[in-house]
Design a protein around this ligand. Structure first.
Ligand code: NAI
Length: 316
């Protein structure tokens, strides 16, 4: 049985979200950062978010906001932050040297029973953890922004990660209401970003080749594919769109290959197409904090509503 204390290293966007998710799960959280000011700002932001979530009825967990807040404490001493924790979630900036330095520091002060987990979006476990004394206890738990509303966590082991580390991380993620998936080995981009980049690159080519406008391209996803992808993945989609997978392959194998063979090379993501997409997006949402933040807030409200709907639908 896990003890109920975790440490979150780095109190930026993702660190705050993890702290909230753990507190919602009833865990005591020690939030660590290098600057006291950063931590007080983070705690203030968490308090504000929790109060708003409580008022709108979207606060996760069985405790009220005050009780969840009481579970979170802040700390600028790394050793004190990780003392007593059975799980450490690192959320510092995406910089290999910095993260390696932090894991080397942690390696010196932790015992043999804690899980050392990184939020990295794209640094491979073999780059982050190789050579650490506690490498068997190291793992990547990659969240999706915003983790409070988008529950997926990609669990990516180092080749030397102990299977018990994977299982403990998986069980913990389940326990706090996230939706973990296990990768059997590391791969560039993990899985979520590989799928995302496949979509982005074809979107870029289609707009670049003048097949469709940027705003219509986005509609194909938000009012088309995305509608069902919120509930079923691409493989189940195949299964249901015919009489099972084999029947789908029989019917669409040649057509899919024909289309896929017309895909172009990896785009440069620069030049004329960049200008075109940037202009269209900026007309819709001007690149100034006021407009970007308003749209982000709207997106998070949509995601909150979707999370609620998914919960309702799954209990039917
Ligand atoms: P951020 O820049 O908002 O926060 C980073 C925090 O780390 C700051 O509070 C900073 O003061 C702190 N920090 C800097 N040096 C430190 C040190 N030596 N020790 C402790 N804390 C230190 O970054 P964000 O967006 O929260 O990203 C954190 C990690 O999460 C990155 O690895 C990123 O790739 C990953 N991630 C980010 C997502 C996103 O959409 N922002 C999504 C999924 C993962």
């Amino acid at each position: 049985m896990e003890s109920s204390q975790v440490a979150v290293i780095g109190s930026g966007l993702i660190g705050r979200s993890w702290a909230m998710v753990f507190a919602a799960g009833g865990f005591k959280v020690k939030l660590y950062d290098i600057a006291q000011q950063q931590l007080t700002g983070a705690l203030e932001n968490i308090r504000k978010q929790m109060k708003e979530l409580e008022e709108s009825g979207f606060l996760k967990g069985s405790l009220n906001a005050e009780k969840q807040l009481a579970l979170i404490s802040i700390c600028t001493d790394l050793k004190a932050a990780v003392e007593g924790a059975t799980f450490i979630q690192e959320c510092t900036p995406e910089n290999l040297e910095l993260k390696k330095k932090i894991f080397a520091q942690l390696d010196l002060i932790v015992g043999d029973n804690v899980v050392l987990s990184s939020s990295t979006s794209c640094l491979l476990p073999s780059k982050l953890f190789t050579g650490l004394k506690h490498v068997k206890q190291c793992i990547v738990s990659h969240p999706v922004n915003p983790p409070y509303f988008v529950p997926l966590v990609e669990i990516v082991p180092h080749p030397e990660t102990d299977p018990s580390t994977i299982e403990r991380t998986y069980a913990l993620m389940k326990k706090i209401g996230q939706s973990p998936v296990k990768l059997n080995r590391e791969i560039e981009g993990f899985v979520l970003n590989r799928l995302q980049y496949a979509v982005i690159s074809e979107a870029w080519r289609l707009v670049g080749e003048g097949v469709i406008s940027p705003t219509d391209l986005d509609l194909v996803m938000s009012d088309g594919l995305g509608m069902r992808y919120a509930f079923i993945g691409p493989l189940e989609t195949m299964h249901l769109n015919a009489e099972g997978i084999s029947n789908y392959c029989e019917r669409y194998r040649e057509g899919m290959k024909l289309v896929l063979n017309t895909f172009g090379p990896v785009p440069e993501f620069s030049g004329e197409t960049e200008q075109k997409i940037s202009q269209a997006m900026s007309e819709k949402i001007p690149v100034v904090p006021k407009h970007l933040n308003a749209r982000r807030e709207w997106r998070d409200e949509c995601l909150t509503g979707l999370a609620k709907l998914k919960k309702q639908m799954s209990s039917n």
